[in-house]
Design a protein around this ligand. Structure first.
Ligand SMILES: Cc1cc2nc3c(=O)[nH]c(=O)nc-3n(C[C@H](O)[C@H](O)[C@H](O)COP(=O)(O)OP(=O)(O)OC[C@H]3O[C@@H](n4cnc5c(N)ncnc54)[C@H](O)[C@@H]3O)c2cc1C
Length: 267
């Protein structure tokens, strides 16, 4: 239920209403070992986000919604460790992609953006996380992402056959930060069962004629209406404020808390 972390990064995944989970129990942890990962590709996909591809010696079975930890150690022995959602085209692979947003004063993300280069090795461990596993759920889902919170959903959307209804509500700042734009728009054209709802909250109104408000109850209700009568699970991912805000809106609309799964990426 929680992801191991460093400092403020602890315990960022939980059910919406603490204390209401009847199946809560002590975590039975399996010992995950750190292994060397080699950086084989780095690509800028927006002014703030780079896509890092890391290769390990042995392959791992991975599910969308799972993450890996990346550990950095300074010469003095100081250790910083952060979690990153995994993206891949395959469920069994030794190559893992991580879409990482650069936080200006961020310890780890800044280092990865500014210092990490192709062929370097770094310590990673994973895959981690069962709770936000997008494959262990109803066939129909409504995915709600804020900014970099899109990463687990990209992996999920890459391996679906779209036999069931899937909606993605995505809030980004502007066109440049509309991550994986082409890929998402192509899927939207290709699959009748996939609905992409994008809102760009800081885009120039002259060039963007689509939605521009933060995700509100009206947008949520309209999407939920399209899933009427279909058993649906709601996955919400992004910064803490975003996740709190959306999940409380869903609860107010009448969605059962058990049907909402959240992943907080940070404050
Ligand atoms: C399960 C899980 C999956 C994650 N997946 C991803 C992912 O796919 N891509 C990704 O980019 N990040 C992801 N994160 C967030 C990531 O783990 C780090 O928290 C993030 O990279 C910031 O670390 P940092 O060391 O750069 O910043 P820190 O040094 O930890 O923080 C520096 C400052 O930035 C603030 N800050 C920290 N995180 C954020 C944030 N997300 N947004 C805004 N301000 C912030 C802090 O409050 C602090 O003031 C994930 C987190 C979790 C728990």
């Amino acid at each position: 239920m929680t992801s191991p972390g460093f400092g403020k990064n602890m315990a960022t995944t939980c059910m919406v209403t603490p204390g209401k989970n009847k199946d809560i129990r002590v975590t039975e942890s399996r010992k995950l070992l750190w292994e060397l990962g080699k950086v084989i590709d780095i690509k800028s996909i927006s002014p703030k986000v780079k896509l890092f591809t890391i290769e390990t010696k042995k392959p791992h079975r991975i599910e969308p919604g799972q993450h890996f930890d990346i550990k950095l150690t300074s010469d003095s022995g100081y250790v910083a460790q952060r979690s990153y959602s995994v993206i891949s085209d395959s469920n069994y692979t030794n190559q893992f992609q991580f879409g990482i947003s650069k936080i200006t004063d961020g310890e780890v993300s800044k280092y990865l953006h500014e210092k990490l280069s192709i062929s370097q090795n770094l310590l990673i461990r994973g895959p981690i996380g069962k709770y936000f596993n997008l494959n262990k759920t109803t066939e129909s889902v409504i995915l709600i992402a804020g900014g970099i919170g899109i990463t687990p959903f990209i992996f999920y959307l890459r391996q679906k056959n779209y036999k069931n209804k899937i909606s993605l509500i995505y809030s980004a700042k502007n066109q440049e930060e509309f991550l994986f734009k082409k890929e998402l728009e192509n899927k939207n054209k290709l699959y009748e069962n996939f609905s992409l709802i994008v809102t760009l909250t800081k885009e120039n109104k002259q060039t963007w004629k689509g939605l521009d408000s933060r995700i509100n109850s009206k947008i949520l209700k309209k999407t939920i209406k399209n899933h009427l009568g279909i058993k649906t699970t709601y996955f919400v991912c992004g910064g803490s404020n975003f996740v709190e805000n959306i999940s409380s809106k869903l609860i107010k609309i009448g969605i059962e808390y058990q049907d909402i799964k959240i992943e907080r990426f940070g404050p």
